[in-house]
Design a protein around this ligand. Structure first.
Ligand SMILES: [Zn+2]
Length: 257
């Protein structure tokens, strides 16, 4: 059940020792700091003082390397994004090798798809930018969104012809935010339309009517998209989903339902 809340959001620009810093606060709590080099850090209320400064592009490149090494982001497949306090988000440029991304391989995109910052003049945002944009529009709590193409994910989506996939009641489901005993979770599965914005539209209209119980979905014969409140949470969710998909594929090979 989604609840509407009203918050006061303020952004203050402060210049200290030559570096301009934008501080974003929600309801009096400092949430994020962005300096004039574009270095951004999101702060947890409890760790506001000691949070490390990390360039979001380096955070995304590190996640992509990890996914590449696990075989979930082979070649140029997949895309990753991280949203900033101003509502824009960094996303992988189209056609980049995911095992060796550099900061210039990302673009910063505003709501509506306009590129506001890019590493190279000729680069275009990922073909699946419309999906990331829809996720951020639908889920205010989502600050990072990762999309991978894995073999277990594609095998799992083939285990049903339906538009959702019943997940086994594994302990790992708790990490996706469901703490029920014997949970009955149906993971949404979408058709892999060649025109990606059509996938984003179908996903948005379905999730507006019924928000998903877990932070992710599958596109059949394509891959997983998962999100979280920061890059670590999104990465954790991808790992949990991939574990579950791997289990489902392995269970079938030994005759389990
Ligand atoms: Zn894809």
């Amino acid at each position: 059940m989604m609840t509407a809340v009203t918050v006061t959001m303020t952004a203050v620009t402060v210049t200290m020792t030559g570096v301009t810093v934008m501080v974003t606060a929600v309801g009096g709590t400092v949430m994020a700091v962005t300096d004039s080099r574009g270095v951004y850090r999101m702060l947890e209320p409890s760790s506001a003082v000691n949070a490390p400064v990390r360039d979001p592009r380096q955070v995304l490149a590190a996640a992509a390397r990890l996914f590449y090494e696990r075989g979930w982001m082979m070649g140029t497949a997949g895309n990753l994004s991280l949203r900033l306090a101003d509502g824009t988000f960094w996303i992988t440029a189209s056609g980049k090798q995911k095992g060796r991304l550099q900061p210039e391989d990302f673009l910063r995109v505003a709501t509506g798809g306009e590129v506001v910052e890019r590493g190279r003049a000729e680069d275009r945002p990922s073909a699946e930018t419309s999906i990331h944009e829809a996720i951020y529009r639908l889920f205010p709590e989502a600050w990072a969104c990762f999309h991978v193409h894995s073999i277990p994910g594609n095998v799992a989506a083939r285990l049903t012809a339906d538009d959702s996939l019943r997940l086994p009641p594994l302990e790992m489901i708790k990490g996706l935010g469901v703490w029920e005993e014997e949970p009955e979770i149906d993971l949404p599965v979408f058709r892999n339309h060649a025109h990606v914005p059509r996938i984003a539209e179908e996903m948005a209209s379905r999730f507006q009517a019924e928000p998903p119980r877990v932070p992710g979905f599958l596109i059949r014969d394509h891959g997983l998209t998962a999100w979280g409140r920061d890059a670590d949470a999104a990465l954790n969710h991808v790992e949990l989903f991939e574990y579950i998909f791997g289990y489902m594929a392995a269970a079938r090979t030994v005759g389990l339902p």
